[in-house]
Structures are given as C-alpha cells and as structure tokens.
Design a protein around this ligand. Sequence first.
Ligand code: SME
Length: 162
Amino acid sequence: MTAALDPDADLLRQAQGLFAGERDPWANAANAAALLFGGLPDLNWAGFYFLRGGQLVVGPFQGRVACVRIALGAGVCGTAAVRRATLIVPDVHAFPGHITCDAASNSEIVVPIEADGRLVGVLDLDSPSFGRFGPQDAALLEGFAGRLAAACDWRLAGIDGF
Ligand code: SME
C-alpha cells in the first residue's frame, strides 16, 4: 500500500491541515474529536479529558453524554494519565475500576497527551466491539496526540501547569 492510500496517514494529514494556523486547544480538540469519530470505524465515543484543578475534566467529544470528572488513577483514563502510557483495554468489563459512561462500550483505548514534558490530558476512544483496538491504533493515536499537543498553546486553556 502506498502512503497516499494509507488511511492512517490520511487522518494524520487531515489533522495537520485542521490544526494549521490555529493555536486554541479547545478549537483544535473539538475538531480533532469530530475528525476521529467520523474517520475511524466502529466507535461509540471519541474525545478528550483535560487536566484541570488536579482532575481529568471532560473536554470536546463526540458520542453520548459522558462523566465529567475523573480522578487521577481512576478508571482507564486516570490510569493511563498516571502511567503516562497508552492503555488498550480489549474488554472494559474486565478492567478493575472501569468507569462506564455509555453502556454500549466494550473496548477502549486511552492515549496520554503531553506538551513540553507535562501531561495536559488524555485522548479516549470507546468501541461497542470487544478487542477493537490494537498496536496500529496506538501508533496512529499517539501520532495524533503528539500533533495536537504541538499545535496548541496550552496556556490558553486553563490546563494545569500552563
Ligand atoms: N471509560 C472511561 C471513562 C470515560 S468514558 O469512556 C467516555 C474510564 O474508565 O476512564
């Protein structure tokens, strides 16, 4: 497959285009959530939690209404945030402490977002299918999160540490 036909490369290119010339984290995160939710198959939630006041607070997303605040270390999101590592959960019902937002979710991936070496939040994707996410998704979403982190001026967003 050539790079031009690689859907992952295409998604990253679209992200670069969306973020170009825009430094506002909320604007870029909102478009990022829409791009991922529309561009990746078999999702029921795609969006962000940002570190504000020592907690993860829901940011722009696509999908059903979600829980607003997640403590660091809690759930899949809080665990990925504390570990500062991507977490792939093939069956959310088997993950101790998983926080259910949409009962349709069966698998999940959470990718930390870091800017200037500091955690700003996490990118969270849910799927109604078990085992939906694998290493290729992790690589794509880590690339995506890195581009978002670099594109934004985090001082504009009330994110802890900025
Ligand atoms: N399941 C997540 C909570 C966020 S929702 O999936 C949107 C968790 O356990 O952290």
